[in-house]
Design a protein around this ligand. Structure first.
Ligand code: CO
Length: 136
């Protein structure tokens, strides 16, 4: 299990792209996840850093959405850590058996067509954790 990306809540996607561009991170893909009411920009690390984790900028499409409420309550900043897993169903079962609190007991489609599932921050010391299926 490796770190796939760091999720960052932003008020404005364009501003976020400029901000993180200063560290050499460039746009890999962008699009909306309508079911979550969020616009996503995935940034990849500079070219000489193969295998490095990406940055996922998340901007709400409306105030009454998960990321909209997050911004309202906490402001811009770190939102989640996402780990890439070979078998997302098996990992969810394993975590649940260990007593973790699953937000998504079943994987659901996430950005870029990968199945994803979120684990409650209370199970990871206040950090929201996302599992991302390695294969589409
Ligand atoms: Co994510």
């Amino acid at each position: 299990m490796v770190l796939d990306h760091v999720g960052i809540a932003v008020a404005d996607l364009e501003e976020g792209l400029l901000r993180w561009g200063r560290l050499g991170y460039v746009l890999e893909a962008r699009g909306d996840v309508a079911t979550q009411g969020v616009a996503v920009a995935m940034l990849k690390a500079p070219p000489d850093t193969q295998g490095a984790a990406r940055l996922e900028l998340l901007a709400p499409l409306a105030p009454d959405t998960p990321v909209g409420r997050f911004l309202e309550k906490r402001g811009e900043g770190l939102h989640h850590l996402a780990f890439r897993v070979q078998d997302i169903e098996a990992e969810l079962q394993r975590l649940e058996a260990e007593g973790a609190s699953l937000i998504d007991p079943r994987p659901r489609p996430g950005f870029g067509g990968h199945l994803v599932a979120f684990v409650h921050p209370k199970s990871f010391g206040g950090v929201l954790v996302e599992l991302v299926a390695e294969h589409i």
